[in-house]
Design a protein around this ligand. Sequence first.
Ligand code: HEC
Ligand code: HEC
Ligand code: HEC
Ligand code: HEC
Ligand code: HEC
Ligand code: HEC
Length: 699
Amino acid sequence: MTPAQNPRVIVTKTVLWFLVGVAAVVAVVRFARGLGVTTALTDANPWGMWVGFDVMGGVALAAGGFVLAATVYIFRREHYHVIIRPAILTAFLGYLAVIIGLMVDLGRPWNIWRPMLYWNLHSPLFEVAMCVMLYTTVLALEFAPVVLERFAWAVPIIRLLRRLTLPLVIVGIALSTLHQSSLGTLFLLSGARMHPLWFSPLLPLLFLVSAVGLGLGMVTVESLVTSWLYRREPEWALLRGLTRAATVVLSLYLVVRLGDLVARGELGRAFDGSWFAALFWVEMSMSTLAPIALFLRAAKDTWATRARVPGQGSRPEAGSGPGKDDGHWAITWGAFLMTAGFVLHRADVGGISHIAVTGQVYVPAPTEVAVSLGIVSGLALIFLFFVENLKVWEEPPPATDHFTPAAMDPVSSQYIGSPWLGEGQRAALAVICGVVIGIALVEAQVESRRRSAARPIHPPRSAAVEVTPRAEGRGHRFEIVSPTVPAAMTEAVAGGGRLQDALLIDSGGEGRLVLFPHVAHQRRLGGEASCASCHHRNVPLDRATSCSRCHRDMYRWTDTFDHRRHVTAHGQSLSCAVCHQDRAAARSRAGSKACASCHQEAPPHLTRVRATHEAEPGLAPGYVKAMHGLCLGCHREEESEVAVADRYLSRCTTCHRNEFASDLEMRRRPPFAVVATTSNAPEDAGEARDGGGTTGGSP
Ligand code: HEC
Ligand code: HEC
Ligand code: HEC
Ligand code: HEC
Ligand code: HEC
Ligand code: HEC
């Protein structure tokens, strides 16, 4: 069965191409517009998923390369030679993930020559940079023969590289171990930010030991996944050997990790019932405890099988027959859990455990997740390409997708043959879909950033508007008349009964006005007595406090309580006892005099404001919530009886008068126009008099 006919490969590759498409868009935007619009990073949390997952995880996943190289070339376990090429390829791609991840995160790849020239020997980051560059080169050289095999002219180079294998392997192992542990060293620097369950002076050692375990796990996972993908039997015998070694390494890790916690007297924190204790146990179970149990179980199953099948050698052949459970499930689960568990460990050290100290919760933005997935997908595609086209395996999978375009028959000018979507088209289609989704993701991210940014409120303005009934349907047309209109003129128009006082709410200060016929609403709700139906909470000695004094931000909740101001208002040092009546009680919001006792709240039967959230006293929701809560609520209520087609009051455009182009759009009539309506004077008569007064009533 060719991969072209193998739905597993087709679906997997299509999904991978799709993810690459999404990531490509985000990466482009990241370079064009910066981290702000593409990530959830902040100054307090500058290292996010791209470091915690791509860099930390990439390095860790690449550990399989040096572990297997050591096994085969140093310890001379030649039968593992079968899987060394995929392992080295995985390591190489893992390091590419690190490099790409760093490029996207740091954003200035063209500066990479600097550490090469200017050596800062005191910087762990310098060590990291050099190790990554050198080890990637070594891995490339180790893998190069596989690529060069295809070219006749490259024979001498291959021969040279073959001769260099051992030195390369030794350099590679040295660099890799150095780098695995130096990543741990790097986090010694941020010890003050880390939860004590993860911070340890032994981090370099822990990173190194876990990298060996992870390397073994990753080679197993990679082998299992590709075997599933190409429907071949995994090399169970080898995998079993790897897991046996992993059991030893994991046990060592467990001893060091727990021993370190005990020695530092921090083990108690693992049982303090906090989220971090739970995280610790999840991580430990996934990375160490469960895999050890599963691998031991697998070993037991093997012995049992071997006992049942007499005469089998010490190395059972791969897949000793279908239907027999040789603990394959245990190996599979163990390897996957272990790999995921250690990637989680890296993420914990790299960022998640910092939350305990900084209190800054960081949740990666969807765009960040997309880039991380895209990097992994791109590298997976390279892996599959190499597997299909080079001799990565002893026995490569059958030839790839053959694209046979339908032939054009010149006589009937028709295409002959079935229309057939080749691999190239599938990939292009998937990438295009990905790009579209990527653009949508970035847009959503920009919008949510805009919403989460502080947007202080501008107070409303008042203006005179001229109101005329709309020719079509219900409602009115409003035209802003400058408040600078001479009083005589206002009267003349008001004599026609059409001039009204209204509030112009433009809290964003961006010229998107909401027109609010304040007086008309008061009149409808009972005139002078109406105030409390909307002004639900006031400052003492104020009948109707402007909403914007408390609802201070467009979208965010804000704390309205200002301690200093209250102390001043109540006579400085004499004031304390007014609120902190119980001298023994803690000076907290709950313990002091209730806000409502001074700030009279509107009686429930009068007010139209209904809180939909339970919050600490004094916390006020965003301005939009307050406005929509009041205005939209009533307008919808008013119309709940009206037929759907006739809805008018609850339409966005009824209030948002110049945000949407429509016949409802509010006009700003220059003052001269007033002159025109009142005295039939020529239109441009007023222009010279008040050319600047067209701003719609700004004071
Ligand atoms: C108590 C219910 C109620 C509340 C609260 C309320 N409105 Fe109204 N609104 C009405 C009613 C009723 C009308 C009149 C409809 C008519 O004249 O046919 C109206 C009319 C309007 C109109 C004029 C529409 C037109 O074309 O004539 C605007 C603009 C408006 N409201 C905006 C607002 C805004 C902004 C808020 C919030 C600050 C708000 N309203 C709060 C009930 C309410
Ligand atoms: C239908 C609801 C409603 C009613 C009834 C109402 N108001 Fe208002 N009032 C508002 C809204 C909405 C604003 C503007 C939003 C803001 O202040 O940020 C406002 C603003 C104000 C302002 C501040 C205007 C400015 O320029 O800053 C005053 C003063 C005021 N109202 C007084 C009153 C008085 C007095 C009454 C009773 C006679 C009353 N309001 C009745 C909703 C109402
Ligand atoms: C003195 C401060 C203050 C003023 C002035 C004020 N509010 Fe509020 N408002 C609050 C607080 C605090 C809450 C939080 C809910 C609560 O505890 O009632 C709130 C809640 C609300 C809610 C409920 C929101 C929800 O979904 O839970 C609405 C609607 C609202 N205000 C509208 C208004 C309007 C309209 C005005 C002006 C006419 C106004 N508020 C003036 C402090 C104020
Ligand atoms: C208007 C009522 C009021 C008055 C007057 C007042 N306090 Fe407070 N005080 C509070 C409230 C409410 C809190 C809770 C603040 C919070 O949750 O942010 C508080 C908190 C505190 C705290 C806790 C520290 C903090 O910032 O959280 C101290 C200390 C304190 N007040 C001291 C004083 C002293 C001293 C005076 C007199 C000079 C005084 N307060 C006057 C209401 C008042
Ligand atoms: C002892 C009476 C008293 C208590 C209790 C009290 N306040 Fe006030 N508050 C006042 C007075 C008086 C003012 C007017 C201050 C001024 O005009 O400068 C005021 C002003 C305010 C303002 C308007 C200040 C501004 O910046 O515009 C807000 C908002 C406010 N208080 C919120 C609260 C909250 C929230 C609480 C409860 C945690 C509270 N107050 C408790 C008396 C009180
Ligand atoms: C009854 C009046 C009313 C209706 C109807 C209404 N809004 Fe609003 N809306 C307001 C008011 C008042 C504000 C606050 C004014 C401001 O921010 O300038 C606001 C603010 C907003 C904002 C924030 C504005 C900004 O500058 O960021 C958005 C977005 C919004 N409304 C969307 C809508 C949508 C969508 C609809 C239709 C489903 C709608 N509104 C219907 C009254 C209304």
